[in-house]
Design a protein around this ligand. Structure first.
Ligand code: 6PG
Length: 239
């Protein structure tokens, strides 16, 4: 069952999502002594990350911030998701820098993917796939999520945790967590805003397309919850 939360606008989306993240952090730290989060890239989550930066009292030393995907660029590149997170959340003194595990987009992509998988294996020892406490995802206009794009060979990866690939539509190399990792999450939350996403939202939630065409339809945590947090504009085409 996919939960839908529809709010008025991006500001309410950030507030509602922040409440979910805070609840997840508290529950995970209480239950397991840490909270492992895979952050979404793109622009939608900026408002959420800025809202989280207003919560210094959270147990940040027990929170590990990983990334769902990254562009194969240096961390100071304007396209970098690591840069976006640093600008919104990572610069806060209460977020230990050693707890921010960025994908090293400055490395050759295959090497960067291998290095990130090795880092995740250190964070999730002895796990067949890393079970994140929370995976935050965005949704592209074409139905992609993380850097899992329509027609990408990465969609079929069933063993690697992290892969790199050329994304023709973006004209750049991308790094991404794979479906087995996303679908091992305890809690998976999509954050989607804007009229331009209405088609993709309807296709994901009410369509019948194959994952090959609408990759976000491939997100279905086997032992976890799946929530779409939408603003009214992106939810406008839902029945
Ligand atoms: C990225 C993402 C990507 C993003 C969607 C939505 O690196 O860009 O992780 O999957 O979430 O493209 O992007 P916006 O939030 O900018 O619309």
């Amino acid at each position: 069952m996919i939960e839908r939360v529809i709010v008025e606008d991006i500001s309410e989306l950030a507030q509602a999502a922040c409440a979910r993240v805070v609840a997840c952090i508290d529950a995970s730290v209480h239950a397991r002594g840490r909270c492992m989060i895979a952050l979404s890239g793109g622009s939608t989550p900026r408002a959420l990350y800025r809202e989280l930066a207003r919560h210094p009292a959270l147990p940040w030393p027990r929170v590990h911030l990983c990334f769902g995907d990254e562009r194969a660029v240096a961390p100071d590149d304007p396209r970098s998701n690591a840069r976006m997170v640093h600008e919104t959340l990572g610069k806060e003194p209460f977020v230990p820098p050693e707890n921010v595990h960025r994908m090293r987009g400055e490395l050759p992509p295959v090497e960067a993917a291998r290095a990130y998988e090795a880092e995740l294996r250190r964070l999730f020892p002895d796990e067949h796939f890393p079970r994140f406490d929370l995976v935050l995802l965005g949704l592209g206009q074409d139905g992609h999520t993380a850097s899992l794009f329509p027609g990408s060979p990465a969609l079929n990866e069933q063993s690697a945790w992290v892969v790199s690939h050329w994304v023709a539509s973006q004209r750049e190399e991308r790094l991404t967590l794979t479906f087995p990792v996303l679908n091992s999450a305890r809690v998976c939350v999509f954050l989607v805003a804007g009229t331009e996403k209405a088609w993709a939202v309807r296709e994901v939630l009410e369509g019948q397309a194959a994952v090959e065409e609408v990759p976000a339809r491939g997100v279905d945590p086997a032992q976890g919850t799946l929530t779409f947090m939408l603003d009214r504009a992106s939810a406008a085409w839902l029945r």
